[in-house]
Ligand binder design. Sequence first.
Ligand code: ADP
Ligand code: MG
Length: 619
Amino acid sequence: MNRIRLLPEQVANQIAAGEVVERPASVIKELVENSLDAQATRVTVEVQAGGRSLIRVTDDGLGMSRDDALLCLERHATSKITRAEDLSAIATMGFRGEALPSIASVCRFTLTTRERESANPEGTQVIINGGKIAAVNASGGAAGTSVEVRQLFFNLPARRKFLRTEETESAHIQHYLTLAALAFPEVAFDFFKDGRAVWQLPGVKTRSRLEALRERLRVLGNPDEKLLAVEFSAELPAIEDAEGTSSDQPAKLAVWGFMGAPGVSRASREEQHVFVNRRPVENRGVNFALLEGYHTALMKGRYPVCCLFIEIDPGEVDVNIHPAKREIKFHRERAMRGLLTRAVADTLLRFHGQAAAPASPPPAQSPPPPPTPPRLEPVKRPELRNYPTVPAPLPFSPPAKAVPPAPTVTAAPGPAPTPHASALLHVPLRLVGVIGRLYVVLESDRGLVLLDQHAAHERILYEQMLRRLEENGAAPSQRLLLPATVELTAQDAQFLRGQLPVLTRLGVGLSEFGEQTFLLDALPPFVKAGQPRQFVLELIDELKAAGQGVNTLRLGEHTIAKTVCRHAVKANDPLAAPELENLIEDLRRCAMPYTCPHGRPTLIEMNFRELEKKFGRSA
Ligand code: ADP
Ligand code: MG
């Protein structure tokens, strides 16, 4: 008896919908991607009840003829690829020809469309209920396409039950729309929730892509003063083990966008936005590369804030491994990771290397001049040298680009863009005092600056140590008058044994003195020698903690150096003005002065704008 038969079209569509249509946000994602693929310049999204009762996406894109409007609802009907080879060169968001029939099979669906570039003033309207065509009519209306999805999953009660609260579904929708808006600043996005306008984002047309993105970030409410511009390009080297034919040629890779300045981070990846060829993606390799790039500029357990675009030959990525194309695969993953890490690290280094000059052309509307700080004459105040704004050549800064003529942007009148974050240590700083025996209060022409003297000292020591290690010299070390022996558990003894060579080079004179006993006879000069035993025990604990998740017996030099620097003595030690001056001078010479080796900020700035806001002097 034969038992196999082909599923009816409608059932097949519903099964496909199970993969593509997870929730209202995924419907919106598919519809908005179609609008973007259809070269829309304006996309309007309306939802009611978190998308449960209504989703409507309207665009002014190419539109469809009557025949196409009917065909697009068939499975595997697409205008975007024709041959299997096209799969390796996908430049559109969609290509599977699956979304519309899937969506139409699980809701009450209306498609209204009229061709933009056609003399025919007549449009088409197709009405489908749960996958069955109910009507096809001629219609009027504007050029472009509008898709209305009512009562999502009305015919699949089990799926409908799985929808979350309106707020949760709305949050998912808004999250996706944010990504789309960031990836396409030139497109205007309107978003209405239950009849209320949430966003009306004008399309940003005439600026460079970086400026356009900056503007889009601004209207989405992200302050840009703590963001650094990224502009990086390099070549992916040909790979050793050629598994794919496309991988034996060098390929270009560009990374651009914005990323948080040192010290800017979040407790989750929520504000880490990464796009590959304009597609928002999740990729573990990318996550690692970002963390690696930030290195010591990010605290453990914290995540970067960024909006980065990776541009790469479409043949270098596989976007066809996830039903919603959220995950992607890089053919040359390792090389890509390495370059992304470099892009981030270079940007951080350049941030300090560059003078106060902005890395990108100044915004067209020049910001209002910062209010001049009141010239308080100090009663008796130690004066720090005013550091000149460094006239240094900018080895890393991008070549000067032609600034586009004054843009005719239809931007909503908002606060003028803040000037580009310029390195704090390049503006003159004046000492005001020290509070809590730890925080150094400074004044710059931009406002108030606080310096954490301990964090700063740690950073300085850390970089000095690394330099020594690189030069293969030994760090300075002071012999103890009274060497101390420390008895350890067998486990700790074994662990410590693995770290001895590096510790010795870092100036910690520890040697084996028996099976489980060690002799401490020297310390780096910055470590208080008060309780040597205590120091060794704490060090072991900290090293063990630092090594967690690192599955090598021997910790890296960087990790050990970081840990030893924790014991810098400067916290709570009152420093005289000249010492503070030296501290800032030394910090200025660091490669990454804005965070301690553990990623905590060394400096905090509160500019006059922020102060005015706090005192209610401005909106
Ligand atoms: P895919 O996007 O993978 O091609 P879809 O089912 O999402 O598959 O869409 C099928 C086809 O319908 C698209 O290839 C496109 O030609 C057409 N289409 C869908 N939405 C729009 C739109 N908003 N404007 C113009 N054409 C559209
Ligand atoms: Mg599509």
